[in-house]
Write a protein that binds this ligand. Structure first.
Ligand code: NAP
Ligand code: GCO
Length: 267
């Protein structure tokens, strides 16, 4: 049974994997036996930070590339370099993403477009670049990092919700179009995870009290807490391994039960 979850000999490309959720998923893949972790970030500073993070974690089988997921030419060039320097890509995790928390009527088109480009068009670009080799090998795993906003809306995150809702359907369409090549494409939908992306929602207020959103999310989560990035490890390894070969087009929510819960009644 343990072999089903093994990633022995597999190369995994994790976009935006310098820190946060992508970095945690990478560590989980290494623990599951992955041969090489490949990640990309869009600027030198983050790339260097990522390489330092992997070094500090004792992970040496890692390659980092400077590449913005929205730049088709850069992605094509990166994939070519990966094939030359590392080998085949067995697992792709479309993790790179941003969020802008702005009321929709105040958001500029450029701000809306930037979120869509990175969170939805980026996964299309990178998946389209990796699919041909997976089709040739008749084997591959694609994991799209979705969100609670793939299912729910909330104030100020219109572009992000539109992107993550679209990413849910892109996941299902890749499953539909490429399942016959033994390629499984699933979504991993984290709940509210303590990372730099959500740090503003957990900041202490000037009077030292909890951020209202922090209290709100804890009331919306049955366990009454934010989740840790490391809690995505098992679900990510499952979706990357042969244990999920019959799972396709599925969004696996790792949310501590938020989507099932009406929320704790205020006292
Ligand atoms: P994060 O800490 O902000 O990390 C995002 C990573 O993506 C960073 O390394 C960032 O690098 C990189 N990135 C951004 N735009 C990029 C681009 N155009 N090209 C390449 N890399 C790019 O976010 P996170 O919390 O780890 O989230 C990772 C993924 O999980 C995102 O897709 C997010 O939407 C999703 N998610 C997060 C949560 C949560 O609660 N944290 C929950 C559900 C889903 P830079 O430093 O260059 O920006
Ligand atoms: C927000 C948060 C969320 C999380 C995540 C939830 O502002 O509501 O950033 O969007 O990042 O996507 O699953």
């Amino acid at each position: 049974m343990t072999n089903l979850f093994s990633l022995e000999g597999k190369n995994a490309l994790i976009t935006g994997g310098a820190y946060g959720i992508g970095f945690e998923i990478a560590k989980a893949f290494v623990t599951a036996g992955a041969k090489t972790i490949i990640f990309n970030n869009r600027n030198e500073k983050t790339l260097r930070l990522g390489l330092d993070n992997y070094k500090e974690a004792g992970i040496t089988n890692v390659k980092g590339y400077l590449c913005d997921v929205t730049d088709e030419k850069a992605v094509a060039g990166m994939i070519e370099k990966i094939h030359e320097e590392v080998g085949q890509i067995d697992i792709l995790v479309n993790n790179a993403g941003i969020i802008k928390r702005i009321p929709m009527h105040e958001m500029t088109r450029a701000e809306f477009q930037e979120v869509i480009d990175i969170d939805l068009v980026g996964p299309y670009i990178v998946s389209a670049a990796v699919l041909p080799e997976m089709m040739e090998r008749r084997e591959g795993k694609i994991i799209n990092i979705c969100s609670m906003m793939s299912e729910l809306g909330r104030e100020t995150v219109s572009a992000y919700a539109a992107a993550k809702g679209g990413l849910k359907m892109l996941t299902r369409n890749i499953c539909s179009e490429y399942g016959e090549y033994n390629i499984q494409c699933n979504g991993l939908g984290p709940g509210y995870i303590a990372t730099p992306q959500t740090a503003p929602l957990r900041e202490k207020q000037p009077d030292g009290s909890r951020h209202p959103f922090d209290s709100f999310i804890c009331a919306k989560t049955p366990a009454g807490r934010w989740l840790e990035p490391s809690e995505l490890a098992g679900p990510a390894v499952f979706l990357a391994s042969h244990a999920s070969d019959a799972v396709n087009g599925h969004i696996l929510y790792v949310d501590g039960g938020i989507l099932a819960y009406i929320g704790k009644q205020p006292k």
